[in-house]
Design a protein. Structure first.
Lengths: 264, 347
């Protein structure tokens, strides 16, 4: 337990120093946040257009869909900021031998890597998501109780952890490709499925986003709960997060050992 | 008990053999042909605590591969490594607490931030106690003259300044063993001397074991007591630095400035007591041993062919000796190992 706390504390230190590094480049930050705002606006306009042509999607109305969107953005914002370091381990560490430096620290390399996140703009995602979520909760006249706030915080963190674990698993390909992680980008496209109620999809996609890449647990099941649509799947999500992280770390260690023995 | 123990260590790489032509590239894509390369071939050595060891050899001799195995970055193909009671590639994280490493020009400092921020984070990573951190920081600042650098961003430092900070960062957690892989590459003489002085002082104070690879043999001359010479993956000399020089290469080098020289003296003058290494119209380099001839005799011989203007003499240094060993290999190619082996037997 002490080891875990130590690691978390170190991770936060890494994150803090990365944040300091980002803030030095003020213009970079501002441009990044503006571009993130544009991306969000486009997504919202898209949802808006869809609902000009239909009353509901799989029984969900405009406001409910927007709530789902907001909850999704909160989780993506957190994971984007906390686990971003994994995207570019190919060019950032493998190609130039920087990885050796990380392996020489008395810390698991994953802590160093995820701590080196510079995706400050994800915080824009987070705040947009938070704003939309609160606005829609009011619009849908869902009472904002302490229990609901605790639930939103808890399940958003769990959702971020699920995305983080899947990121970690996909980042393994960088050990051999040395490239930036296109696999993770393609997985983000799959992720787009989870921004809508899973009932609209056929069985294959449903299985994909609940069992194989359990994105449905990131926002869909939690949002159902916030809407008062009871579901038991939601309570599986903490376990899914834990299991995914165990798998991710184990696979990562195997890949690391393999990498060290080939010495490429 | 030795702090580092290496037994029958072998590292073999498998690399893809490139095939020519576009067709060859496609063949590689589908069914690559692998070629095995032995980077480190069955080496053995032991290093005691507090030793200053120069680990030298040509490019590609296997130095960096060995260092990477010692630090646990690479897994050996076979053989045994024990560092401070641990097997580095199995207990890498634990081993990392006891070691420090500098790899060439790569920096472990955070590029965009003031140096002191990196030091503080290193303190946290290695869990350095507050008083120890302060004591080391003060001492290192003093020797390496870091006072004005600590608040500067790393990216604004010169190469020499950066390396001084880098060295300080490496020793900050009082590592028992430090691996320095080309720490002085590209630095000016003053910084080099500063870093050498630092290594020597810290070694004296804390009994830090240092393994140094370098192409600047002045580093070795100045810092190390012991040399391990590596050649094509094998150790060809392991022992005291002084002995290496005594046995193998105690000779004198004379640079003679000449004039009125038209012909090649080397072709005319055959001698078995001295050797003309280089010559051109204005200068000749000659190698001889004091117990076999004298400079006066040599001058006598040469003066038949030219006018001697000036003479500089010096005793052979480590660099000269190594040059000879390497040159032997270059001249005779890979198929003539016997000359090189003889040279080694002499040692």
């Amino acid at each position: 337990m002490k080891k875990i706390l130590d690691n978390i504390s170190l991770y936060l230190s890494f994150l803090k120093i990365s944040l300091k590094e980002i803030l030095i480049y003020r213009l970079d930050c501002i441009v990044g946040i503006i571009s993130q705002l544009i991306v969000q606006a486009v997504s919202l306009i898209f949802i808006f257009i869809v609902f000009q042509n239909t009353e509901n999607i799989a029984g969900w109305n405009f406001r409910q869909i927007l709530l789902l969107y907001g909850v999704t953005r909160i989780a993506i914002g957190i994971s984007g900021y906390c686990f971003d370091g994994l995207y570019d381990i190919g060019p950032k560490y493998m190609q130039n031998g920087e990885f050796d430096k990380i392996l020489l620290r008395p810390v698991h390399p994953l802590i160093s890597i995820i701590g080196a996140s510079r995706e400050f703009v994800s915080l824009a995602d987070f705040f947009i998501g938070l704003g939309i979520t609160i606005y829609m909760l009011i619009e849908l006249s869902i009472p904002i109780t302490i229990l609901l706030v605790v639930k939103i915080i808890f399940f958003s963190v769990i959702g971020a952890l699920i995305i983080g674990a899947i990121n970690t698993i996909f980042s393994i390909s960088s050990f051999w490709t040395y490239k930036s992680n296109e696999v993770i980008w393609s997985f983000y496209n799959i992720y787009a499925f989870a921004e809508y109620p899973i009932d609209i999809y056929n069985r294959f996609i449903k299985i994909l986003i609940t069992l194989i890449l359990p994105f449905a647990f990131v926002a869909y099941y939690p949002t159902m709960d916030y809407l008062g649509l009871n579901n038991y799947m939601l309570y599986l999500s903490p376990f899914i997060a834990i299991i995914l992280w165990i798998i991710a770390v184990k696979l990562w260690n195997i890949a690391l050992n393999k990498y060290r023995s080939t010495g490429t | 008990m030795p702090i580092i123990e290496v037994k029958n260590l072998v590292k073999q790489y498998k690399i893809i053999e490139k095939q020519d032509g576009l067709l060859g590239y496609f063949k590689n894509l589908i069914k690559p042909q692998y070629k095995k390369i032995i980077a480190v071939n069955n080496i053995n050595f032991e290093i005691k605590e507090g030793e200053l060891v120069g680990y030298i050899g040509e490019n590609g001799a296997g130095k960096s591969t060995t260092i990477k195995m010692l630090t646990g970055l690479l897994t050996p193909t076979s053989g045994k490594i024990v560092v401070n009671g641990l097997i580095p590639n199995e207990k890498r994280i634990q081993n990392n607490k006891n070691i420090g490493a500098v790899f060439g020009q790569k920096t472990q400092l955070w590029w965009d931030l003031p140096v002191i921020e990196s030091f503080r984070l290193i303190k946290k990573i290695f869990k350095i106690p507050e008083n120890e951190y302060r004591k080391n920081l003060k001492r290192f600042t003093e020797i390496l003259d870091l006072e004005d650098l600590l608040d500067k961003q790393v990216k604004n430092l010169s190469l020499g300044q950066k390396m001084r900070c880098e060295i300080a960062a490496t020793f900050l957690h009082n590592p028992k063993i430090v691996y320095l892989d080309e720490p002085t590459i590209g630095l000016d003489v003053f910084v080099k001397e500063n870093i050498r002085k630092f290594i020597k002082e810290i070694n004296k104070e804390k009994k830090t074991t240092v393994i140094l690879t370098t192409h600047d043999l002045k580093d070795i001359e100045d810092v190390c007591d012991r040399i391990i010479l590596l050649d094509r993956g094998q150790i060809i000399y392991d022992g005291e630095k002084q002995k290496f020089k005594d046995i193998y290469g105690k000779y004198t080098l004379a640079e003679i400035i000449v004039s009125s020289k038209n012909l090649s003296v080397k072709d005319k003058l055959q001698s078995n007591v001295f050797e003309i290494i280089e010559e051109n119209e204005k200068e000749m380099k000659i190698k001889f041993k004091h117990d076999e001839t004298t400079i006066v005799k040599i001058m006598n011989d040469i003066s038949e062919y030219c006018v001697i203007e000036d003479i500089h003499m010096r005793e052979s240094e480590l660099e000269d000796i190594l040059k000879e060993i390497y040159k032997g290999a270059y001249k005779n190619g890979a198929n003539n190992d016997s000359i090189r082996k003889n040279a080694i037997k002499k040692i």
